[in-house]
Design a protein around this ligand. Structure first.
Ligand code: UT7
Length: 328
């Protein structure tokens, strides 16, 4: 029987500090009514100044390892998906390898915007099916509040900080595990969501800092339609590749960037509302962490259980999009 990857444990971590929509009205010209009606967001979590990505990644990873019944020493690879690493280099995955006490294993970061965790899960599946790894830790972690322009109301209300972790391992019962994956990109639209400075194109300087060019920049209304189309197309492709129909899927977990986008995908694909998981009201957009957080919470709420078919789909900077389809 062919080996597939299967999720053995999930975990999540959000910082203690909560920012409500009302808190944001004291920073920029906005309102609870605008944020809720345009995005579905009510609150988001924010790190303290001394906290970085790995500080959220570690507890989330430990929780996922515990559920998997594994120790850090059992891991063969660590893949961290993030656009807000502790440092540009070394990678946050190497920091995690050390802090978790893992062996001298494969460890690298993936930069694929909000689709990063999907890319990481597909890569882990390839490694496991190739026989190169048995147990892989995947972390989607973001501390977006550290790259937020707090004077720009069109972006600063949208993001939060979080880490989600999944431990995957081999499954050869021919039934459970990853049924299909799909990854895609379109760099031509990269300037709709990016961080202008801090890389080799525009290294840090007094000017770049003064102009807040190390902050996230987004043309949100240019991303809305592509987000709906690409996530819808991804769901269709994932099901086709697994020989299933959309109606066979028990739970849809979409990237939580905007409740209106999630609802538009559901409407376009004629998915019953109860099959679409939503937690954007609690965490806002945590980029690559959103779908792992959602899978973790859907499991805790009993909405995903053994045998459930789950479509986990994202869209983000790059542009990138895609998904993974599981039989839990
Ligand atoms: O996660 C990665 C991928 N990202 C996405 O998929 C995001 C996709 N885009 C979106 O979710 C939405 O476009 C946003 C939530 C970002 C914005 O919603 P929108 O309905 O597209 O609003 P808009 O940008 O077209 O702005 C509408 C109005 C503007 O005012 P005028 O020009 O109509 O007078 C904005 O100035 O809303 C104003 N506005 C705000 N008003 C109050 C923008 N931000 C705010 C705000 N509070 N925070």
């Amino acid at each position: 029987m062919a080996v597939r990857s299967r999720v053995l444990g999930t975990g999540m971590c959000v910082p203690d500090l909560i920012m409500t929509n009302d808190d944001l009205t004291r920073i920029v010209d906005t309102s609870d009514e605008w944020i809720v009606s345009r995005t579905g967001m009510k609150e988001r979590h924010r790190v303290r100044p001394d906290q970085a990505a790995s500080d959220l990644a570690i507890p989330a990873s430990r929780q996922a390892l515990e559920e998997a019944g594994l120790g850090a020493g059992d891991l063969d690879a660590i893949i961290v998906a993030t656009i807000t690493p502790d440092t540009i280099f070394p990678s946050t995955s190497c920091i995690l390898q050390d802090k978790l006490g893992a062996r001298h294993i494969t460890a690298f970061d993936v930069s694929a915007g909000c689709t990063g965790a999907i890319y990481a899960l597909a890569l882990a599946d390839m490694m496991i099916r190739a026989g190169d790894a048995r147990h892989v830790l995947i972390v989607g972690v973001e501390v977006l509040t550290k790259i937020t322009n707090w004077t720009d109301r069109s972006t600063c209300v949208l993001f939060g900080d979080a880490a989600g972790a999944m431990v995957v391992g081999p499954c050869d019962d021919g039934r459970h595990g990853m049924l299909s994956y799909y990854l895609a990109s379109d760099g031509a639209a990269g300037n709709t969501l990016f961080m202008p400075a801090g890389g080799s194109r525009l290294p840090a300087s007094h000017e770049t800092v003064d102009q807040r060019l190390h902050c996230l920049y987004m043309k949100g209304n240019e991303l809305f339609r592509p987000a709906v189309k690409m996530m819808s197309d991804s769901c269709i492709l994932l099901a086709e590749r697994a020989g299933l129909t959309l109606a066979d899927i028990d739970m849809y977990v979409f990237h939580q960037a905007n409740l209106r986008i999630i609802e538009a995908v559901g409407k376009r694909l004629e998915i019953p509302r109860e099959k679409v998981f939503v937690n954007i009201h609690k965490y806002a957009n945590t980029s690559t962490a959103t779908t792992i957080l959602a899978v973790h919470e859907a499991r805790r709420e009993g909405l995903i259980g053994s045998g459930s078919i789950v479509s986990q789909v994202a869209f983000g900077a790059g542009l990138t999009w895609g998904g993974v389809l599981w039989r839990w």
